[in-house]
Design a binder for this molecule. Structure first.
Ligand code: NAD
Length: 528
């Protein structure tokens, strides 16, 4: 058998292998066959989470190469910002076309590297295509306001200007979409992009960045899309502390966001934080349960519970709790776990052995806190449950019912695994308070047939859901790129993707122009 990753990179026209080490060259003990291989630079071995097999080794950056990458990005920015925005849009259009063309191969690489099922791997590439389309339109709409001056013969207007090189830090679970959201907008805004992906997903990053860079360079704009890889101390910390990077857009855990927010604030830079979620869905007695159950199952087990928007808490009206839990348990029993590229598989592996340990620890904590297991609860690794022939990191999609008191401390934390905690409520106000009663504030949903309940949930006074995303009769995950994406509280407050999120990637200048022959001061001040 050939080298799968190499074949996929070939299919995408990615020829540069300077960073890559084939599995055959990797030392034994890291999953490879080569006995005496000694990497001259630090290296990350990437394994397939479904099989545990080594996919490739990736050579990492050190301080020096990281410095070169930052300097290169700063240099590229000065040239790129001078290109008219609609012309920048044409470059982004061509990049979108490239991702369209290579959707199948890149989607497959995502499945191999992070274990997403085929449809979700492809869907992730589609997000890059969609945001590129969005950004092309935006490239002709980066407009400011004009406002009347209090002085005669004066005009006030604002213009939006390119901001500077943008550092993009991404999480493993969206190995190219999150970069796409940032990079396509930043590019039409006139910013260069320097990407530091997760070390759990460097192969998707190498392929994605190579495609974007190949297109941009081919159109005369080298250096706009840069890539650095390395551990957080060597490379991550260097990036966030560097004043040349005007904006750090960081996606990942709340722990990471606290650190990035602090370091960037210390240098008075800008940060855009997209952090953890702990998302709930409320089910009212008048909900269409067919719609609700389907949406909740996708929200809770899609991407094996490894989405920031995964449904982690179900808040169901007491009168229908037994019915809803019974239906969910029956649906869970039909879910096929296994090879993410296998036919009919809905749930792939978790990203690592550590993630499975964290899943088991959360299940254990829930039990000791009075929770009752309704479905799953274990490693999908026993004789009966382990997907056939696979030695990867599988966990069973799990439903845990909270005790009657609704006290379940572990449910306040985000465990990045398919665990759904179920709570019962009597009044909608109580359900909304439970929805809001966690530190994170990313996504939320209500299932109801009644306008009163849905409007209470979206209350314009702000008394409803306190999350950045609020859905009615839809699950908590699966956002479209047209809206602004992000969340409040410990989720970090950042907004990416659609609506006016582009403003984070530009700087605003208020311009006041006098065209008369006398000097008039504002506020009526006379200075004669
Ligand atoms: P993580 O926090 O472990 O890592 C995320 C990224 O931050 C990685 O690239 C990592 O190398 C980098 N990083 C960590 N410490 C750093 C430092 N000191 N300096 C610079 N970079 C640093 O997260 P993960 O496990 O990869 O992803 C899962 C988490 O991401 C979950 O909490 C999930 O909810 C969150 N997430 C949020 C969103 C969102 O849009 N809100 C989207 C996807 C994932």
């Amino acid at each position: 058998m050939g080298w799968q990753v190499g074949d996929l990179l070939d299919a995408m026209g990615v020829r540069d292998r300077a960073r890559l080490v084939t599995p055959a060259e990797l030392p034994r003990g890291t999953g490879g066959a080569g006995a005496a291989f000694k990497p001259e630079t630090p290296m990350q071995v990437v394994t397939n989470p479904a099989t545990g097999e080594a996919l490739a080794g990736v050579r990492l950056d050190d301080g020096e190469s990281c410095e070169r990458a930052i300097a290169g990005s700063a240099e590229a920015f000065v040239k790129w910002r001078a290109v008219p925005a609609p012309v920048r849009g044409q470059v982004v259009r061509a990049i979108g076309d490239e991702f369209r063309k290579h959707k199948a191969a890149l989607g497959r690489l995502i499945s191999l590297e992070v274990g997403k099922i085929a449809a979700e791997g492809q869907g992730e590439v589609q997000e890059v295509v969609d945001i590129a389309d969005f950004a092309v339109g935006l490239s002709r709409q980066l407009h400011g306001l004009t406002m009347p001056s209090e002085r005669p013969e004066h005009r006030i207007m604002e213009q939006w200007l390119p901001l500077g090189p943008v550092g993009v830090i991404s999480a493993f679970n969206f190995p190219c979409a999150v970069w796409g959201w940032n990079a396509m907008l930043a590019a039409v805004c006139g910013d260069s992009v320097l990407w530091k992906p997760s070390l759990l997903a460097p192969l998707t990053a190498i392929a994605s960045n190579a495609m974007a860079d190949r297109v941009a360079t081919g159109m005369g704009h080298p250096g706009v899309f840069g890539l650095v890889m390395g551990d957080d101390e060597q490379v991550g910390e260097r990036l966030i502390a560097d004043r040349r990077l005007a904006l750090i857009s960081a996606t990942g855990s709340c722990r990471m966001g606290r650190r990035v927010g602090e370091v960037v604030a210390r240098r008075l830079g800008r940060s855009l934080l997209e952090l953890g979620g702990n998302n709930a869905a409320i089910v009212e007695p008048d909900a269409d349960l067919d719609v609700a159950i389907k949406s909740i199952v996708f929200g809770a087990v899609g991407t094996a519970g490894q989405r920031c928007t995964t449904t982690r808490r179900l808040i169901v009206h007491r009168s229908i709790a037994e019915d809803v839990i019974g239906r969910l348990a029956r649906a869970y029993a039909t879910i096929k776990i296994g090879d993410p590229l296998g036919e009919g598989v809905l749930v792939g592996p978790l990203i690592s052995a550590r993630a499975v340990e964290q899943f088991l620890a959360a299940v254990g904590a829930a039990k000791s806190q009075g929770g009752t297991i309704v479905a799953g609860g274990g490693r999908a690794g026993g004789e009966q449950t382990h997907p056939k022939g696979l030695r990867g990191h599988f966990a069973q999609p799990t439903i845990i019912r909270a005790p009657a008191s609704n006290e379940l401390a572990i449910a306040k934390e985000e465990t990045f695994a398919p665990i759904l905690y179920v709570f019962a409520y009597s009044h909608l106000d109580e359900a909304i308070a439970m929805n809001n009663g966690v530190d994170q504030g990313l996504s939320s949903a209500i299932f109801t047939g009644g306008v009163r309940s849905s409007e209470r949930f979206l209350d314009p006074s702000g008394a409803g859901s306190d999350c950045g995303l609020a859905y009615v009769n839809l699950g908590t995950s699966g956002a479209e790129i047209g809206g602004a994406f992000g969340g409040e509280k410990d989720t970090g407050g950042g907004r990416e993707s659609g609506s006016d999120s582009w403003k984070a990637y530009m700087r605003r200048q208020t311009c006041t122009i006098g065209f008369g022959k006398t000097v008039t001061l504002a506020q009526g001040i006379r200075f004669e």
